[in-house]
Design a protein around this ligand. Structure first.
Ligand SMILES: Nc1ncnc2c1ncn2[C@@H]1O[C@H](COP(=O)(O)OP(=O)(O)OP(=O)(O)O)[C@@H](O)[C@H]1O
Length: 598
C-alpha cells in the first residue's frame, strides 16, 4: 500500500499504540496479572517442597510427612483454581482487545480513499483485519503477562537462592542478560522474515478469494490448472520463508539454551562440591538446582519468545499502516491550485468547475485524464453522458460521488462540495450502477439497507415503483427471503430492480445512473427501463447512456472524448454536426429499427 513501509515501527511505539486498547479492560487485566501469583507460588514452592520432602524422608518422620502431604495437596487445588481463573481472564481480555482493534480497522476501511482500496488486494486487507490484528494483540498480551511474571519469578528466586549462596546466585543472575542479549543478533532478520511471511500468506488468501469470486470464469475458461499452479508457486515461496524462519528460530533457541546450560553445569559443580564437603544437605542441593533454573528461566524464555514478539511487530506494522493512512475526508482538496476556489453554485444540481484529474501518483503529471473540465447540470435536467471507451465517463461519475477527488477545481452537488464533507454531498445523490451489489441478507434489508426507520409500507411502495413487488411477493418468504452473497438466487433484472427500489427509498435529488445493457434479455431490459423511467421523473439525472432511447429522451447529451467535453447538445443537433457523437451513434447506438424512426 502507499503508506509507511512495513517493518519500521519500534517496539516502544507499537506498545504505546496498542496499550490504549487495554484501558477499558484494566480491571480484568489487573486480575489476570495478580492471579499470576499462583503460578509464582507453584514455581518457587516446588523447590521448597522438594527440599522439605527429601529432608523429611531423610529424618524418617511419618507425622511430618503426612502433614506436609495434606498441605501440599490442598495448596495444589487452590493454585490450580487460580490458574484456571487466570487463563479465563487472560483469554477474555485478549480477545476483547483484539476485537476492538479489528473493529477500528474495519471502521477505518470504510474511510480509506476509494483509490487506495482499489490499489490493495482484498485478500491483503482481509489478512490485516484478521490474522495480523490478532498477532499484534498477542504481543501486548504476552509482553504484559510474560514480562511481569518473568521479572517477578527471577527476583523472588534470586532472593531465595541468595539466602543459600550469594556468589552462585549472582553468577546465575549474571548469565541471564548474556543469554538474552546474545539472541538479539537474530531480531532484525526475524522481523523482516515475519513481515514477508505475512505478505505471502495474504497473497495466498488473495488467490483463494479470486478463485471463489471468479468461479464462473474459472470453470468456463478451464483456469483451474493455471490457478493451481499459481497457488502452488505461492505456497512454495511461503514454505521457503517458513523454513528459513524455523531455522533461525532453532538457532536462537539453541544458542540461548547452550549458554544457559553451561552456567548451570558450572554452578551445579560448585554446589555438588559443597555437598560432598558436608556443608549442604541433599534437599538443599535439589532446591538450589531448581531455583537456579528459575533465576535463569526468565532470560531464556524471553530470548526464545522474543522471536514471536518480532513476528507480531511485523503484523502490527501492517495493521498500523492501514490505521495511519489518511481518510478520504483528510485528502487535501485540489492540490494543484490552478484555479481559484469559487463558491459552489447553489442554483445548480451538479457543477464541475475547472476539474483536473490524473490517475498517476506523480504530483505534476503532464497528461491528466481531465484538464479544466467544466460541467453544469440544472435541476430536473436529464443529461446523457456518452463517449468512446476510456474517455472518462466512469471516472467522472466517481468524481461526482466524491469517490475520486479532483486534483484541482471542484465538484458540487446542490451547493455542497466535497470539501464541505463527503457525507453531506453523498446524501444528495443516488447512484445506480450497471451491476448493482446486493448484500447477503433479506430482500427487505437490501432495499432498506437495514434501516429500522423505514416502514414496511414504504419498502413495498418503493419495490412497487421499481417493478419489483410482484416477483418479491412470489418468492417463498416474500420480503424476508434470504438472498446469498452478491444476490445469488435472483436474476440480473431482479437484482437491478431491487437496486432501483433502493434508489426510490433514498429519494435523493440527483440520480447518477450507469445503464445496464447486454447483461439483460429483452423482457428484463424493458421492465428495468420502465422502472428507471419512473425513477428519473422529477429528478435530476446524469446517466452514462448505453441505450438509444436514453440519449434520444435526454434534455442534453454531453459527449466526452479524451477526458474533455467534446460536444454538447440534443440528439438531432449532434447528429447534424457530424462529429464524435455522430460517429459514436453509428458504432454504438444504431439499431436496425432506429433507422426508421430517425
Ligand atoms: N484505477 C485506475 N488507474 C489508472 N488508470 C485508470 C484507472 N481507472 C481508469 N483508468 C484510466 O482512465 C481512463 C478513463 O477510464 P474510465 O473508466 O473513466 O473510462 P470510461 O469512459 O468509463 O470507459 P468505458 O466506457 O470503457 O467504461 C482510461 O484510459 C483508463 O485506462
Amino acid at each position: 500500500m502507499t503508506t509507511r513501509e512495513a517493518g519500521k515501527l519500534p517496539l516502544r511505539t507499537v506498545l504505546g499504540r496498542l496499550l490504549p486498547y487495554a484501558s477499558p479492560y484494566r480491571l480484568g487485566l489487573l486480575l489476570a496479572t495478580l492471579l499470576l501469583a499462583a503460578r509464582l507460588v507453584m514455581d518457587i514452592g516446588l523447590a521448597a517442597i522438594q527440599q522439605l520432602f527429601i529432608d523429611t524422608i531423610n529424618s524418617a518422620d511419618m507425622d511430618s510427612l503426612l502433614r506436609l502431604s495434606v498441605i501440599v495437596a490442598s495448596a495444589c487445588v487452590v493454585i490450580i483454581l487460580c490458574l484456571m481463573l487466570q487463563h479465563y481472564y487472560r483469554f477474555v481480555v485478549q480477545s476483547r482487545m483484539s476485537w476492538d482493534l479489528r473493529a477500528a480497522l474495519f471502521n477505518k476501511t470504510h474511510r480509506l480513499p476509494f483509490r487506495q482500496i482499489q490499489s490493495m488486494h482484498s485478500g491483503d486487507l482481509t489478512s490485516r483485519n484478521t490474522k495480523d490484528a490478532e498477532a499484534a494483540m498477542g504481543t501486548v498480551s504476552s509482553i504484559i503477562y510474560d514480562l511481569s511474571y518473568n521479572l517477578l519469578l527471577c527476583f523472588v528466586s534470586f532472593l531465595y537462592l541468595a539466602s543459600m549462596d550469594v556468589w552462585l546466585a549472582l553468577l546465575a543472575l549474571g548469565s541471564g542478560p548474556v543469554v538474552f542479549f546474545s539472541s538479539r543478533f537474530f531480531d532484525r532478520k526475524l522481523r523482516q522474515l515475519s513481515t514477508r511471511i505475512y505478505e505471502a500468506e495474504a497473497q495466498l488468501r488473495g488467490i483463494l478469494q479470486e478463485t471463489l469470486q471468479g468461479v464462473k470464469i474459472v470453470r468456463a475458461f478451464s483456469l483451474e490448472t493455471m490457478l493451481q499452479d499459481k497457488y502452488a508457486a505461492e505456497r512454495t515461496r511461503l514454505n521457503r520463508l517458513l523454513l528459513r524462519h524455523a531455522l533461525l528460530t532453532t538457532l536462537l533457541w539453541n544458542s540461548a539454551a547452550f549458554i544457559n546450560n553451561l552456567v548451570m553445569v558450572v554452578c551445579a559443580g560448585f554446589i555438588a562440591y559443597s555437598a560432598i564437603k558436608g556443608g549442604t544437605s541433599a534437599g538443599e542441593v535439589l532446591a538450589f538446582i531448581i531455583l537456579m533454573g528459575r533465576v535463569q528461566w526468565p532470560f531464556v524464555h524471553m530470548s526464545q519468545t522474543w522471536g514471536g514478539v518480532q513476528q507480531s511487530l511485523g503484523a502490527a506494522d501492517r495493521v498500523f499502516s492501514v490505521l495511519d493512512a489518511p481518510s478520504e475526508d483528510d485528502i487535501p482538496h485540489g492540490h494543484r491550485s490552478l484555479h481559484s476556489e469559487t463558491a459552489p453554485d447553489e442554483s445548480a444540481a451538479l457543477t464541475i468547475h475547472g476539474a483536473y484529474y490524473s490517475y498517476s501518483a506523480a504530483p505534476n503529471d503532464q497528461t491528466p485524464l481531465f484538464r479544466d473540465l467544466n460541467l453544469h447540470i440544472r435541476h430536473s435536467e436529464t443529461v446523457a453522458l456518452v463517449g468512446p471507451s476510456g474517455s472518462g465517463k466512469t471516472t467522472l461519475m466517481r468524481m461526482c460521488c466524491g469517490l475520486l477527488r479532483p486534483d484541482a477545481g471542484h465538484v458540487s452537488v446542490y451547493g455542497h462540495s466535497a470539501s464541505g464533507g463527503l457525507a453531506e454531498l453523498r446524501s444528495r445523490i443516488t447512484y445506480v450502477p450497471q451491476s448493482p451489489y446486493l448484500f447477503s441478507g433479506t430482500i427487505r434489508d437490501n432495499i432498506a439497507f437495514s434501516s429500522d426507520v423505514v416502514s414496511d409500507e414504504e419498502i413495498r411502495e418503493a419495490a412497487r415503483l421499481a417493478g419489483a413487488d410482484d416477483f418479491i411477493q412470489k418468492l417463498p418468504a416474500g420480503y424476508e427471503t434470504l438472498i446469498g452473497e452478491h444476490g445469488t438466487g435472483l436474476s440480473g433484472g431482479q437484482r437491478q430492480r431491487i437496486a432501483i427500489a433502493r434508489a426510490f427509498l433514498r429519494n435523493a435529488p440527483l440520480l447518477l445512473l450507469d445503464e445496464a445493457t447486454s447483461a439483460l434479455d429483452n423482457e428484463s431490459e424493458q421492465l428495468v427501463q420502465q422502472s428507471l423511467d419512473r425513477l428519473m421523473q422529477n429528478r435530476t439525472t446524469l446517466v452514462i447512456a448505453h441505450r438509444l432511447s436514453t440519449v434520444r429522451n435526454a434534455t442534453r447529451i454531453i459527449v466526452l472524448d479524451k477526458g474533455a467535453v467534446a460536444e454538447e447538445g440534443t440528439h438531432d443537433s449532434l447528429l447534424s454536426s457530424n462529429g464524435v457523437y455522430a460517429e459514436l451513434y453509428r458504432l454504438q447506438f444504431k439499431e436496425p429499427e432506429a433507422e426508421a424512426i430517425l
